[in-house]
Design a protein around this ligand. Structure first.
Ligand SMILES: *Cc1c(COP(=O)(O)O)cnc(C)c1O
Length: 341
């Protein structure tokens, strides 16, 4: 199969409709067989639970072409498990892990000509999601759901090297204590759009959200977890029940300990400790690690010693190790790479 004719370096991060996607429906207490479809549009009742009460959750992962030409996905079982947790918290019927993996494999295989070639820095972004498709007017969980999974090619996150970003401490909270911060639901994004627009209008790339209960501890940004490096070279990441458990961050922690011999501590991190750190990065599927150069808390400006030109040295090593595993130039831990074709 030939690749489609696209300038992979300049496609950016936006939705582009491609050949096939996967759909399964839940009705009468069970999921149907599910399968691929050409139809990129969803048709549902005007009173569908997702439209009225936001009963929806999603995932995000990527398919890569490795150096030897294999098309692979990175730890899709972790996405399947996380989506099961999200579904349970939102009173939705979990989509089984085996079916989830089958959907990933089928969509990637059917769109193999849309998986960008090795060396372009581009990849096929995959978006699994599920939502209440049945009508609900009195507030309760729906009786019917749809699971879908589509792909869209995305360009290299950093064109011409990773540029450190400037972030600000938000006046808004991202998640309530004992709320839904730990699940991947559209609801957490709807309520953070305003905070994002305000941050951008003030000239910042991203928000740093603090813990909603005391506003003393660092939580995460709207869509990525924090990873800090101390001046002694120790990796520290925030512990909190309202942080979304990033698969990228958990993978980096494993690699820091087992591949790079670094000490990693996961603990609550007070905002007033941040000024003493040497490096800071934002971890997520989109960029793997996006380095932070400056953090602004109203009048207070914290310039990380790693500066505004490049990633800090330990952040860079972590980035190179994880991307090397994804692209097949570094031996992966067992079970991290799922070969599709
Ligand atoms: C998806 C997401 C992340 C990143 O998770 P990855 O599994 O690494 O992509 C971080 N924070 C939030 C709020 C998210 O929704």
């Amino acid at each position: 199969m030939g690749k489609v004719n696209v300038d992979w370096s300049s496609i950016g991060f936006s939705y582009r409709v491609i050949s096939k996607r996967y759909v399964a429906n839940y009705k009468d207490g069970k999921w149907d067989e599910g399968g691929l479809t050409d139809d990129a549009n969803v048709t549902m009742n005007e009173c569908a639970g997702v439209l009225q009460y936001c009963q929806e959750c999603f995932e995000g992962l990527k398919a890569y072409t490795q150096k030897n030409g294999d098309i692979v996905t990175f730890r899709p079982d972790m996405n399947a498990k996380r989506m099961i947790n999200s579904a349970k918290r939102l009173e939705m019927p979990p989509f089984p892990e085996e079916k989830f993996l089958e959907a990933v494999d089928e969509v990637v295989s059917a769109n193999a000509d849309w998986v960008p070639p090795y060396g372009t820095g581009a990849s096929l972004y995959l978006r699994p999601y599920m939502f209440a498709s049945g009508p609900v007017i009195g507030v309760k969980p729906s009786d019917e759901y749809q699971f879908r999974l589509f792909g869209t090619p995305v360009g290299p996150y950093f064109k011409g090297g990773a540029k450190p970003v400037t972030i600000c401490v938000s006046d808004f909270d991202r998640a309530a204590p004992r709320g839904t911060g730990h699940i991947k639901g559209g609801l957490n994004y709807a309520m953070s759009l305003h905070a994002g627009v305000v941050a951008h209008a003030n000239g910042f790339d991203e928000n740093m959200f603090l813990d909603p209960q005391t506003r003393t501890y660092v939580e995460e940004t709207g869509g990525a977890n924090f990873l800090f490096v101390t001046k002694e070279g120790e990796v520290v990441t925030p512990a909190s029940a309202s942080i979304l458990p990033s698969i990228t961050r958990r993978s980096l922690v494993y690699l820091a300990e087992n591949y790079l011999g670094l000490t990693v501590t996961q603990r609550p991190i007070r905002f007033d400790e941040v000024k003493d750190f040497a490096e800071c990065g934002l971890c997520g599927t989109a960029a793997v690690i996006s380095p932070v150069g400056r953090i602004v808390n109203h009048g207070e400006v914290i310039d990380l010693p790693s500066g505004m030109e490049k990633m800090g040295p330990i952040t860079q090593k972590l980035y190179d190790t994880l991307t090397g595993i994804q692209l097949g130039t570094i031996e992966p831990p067992k079970g991290w790479i799922r070969k599709i074709k």
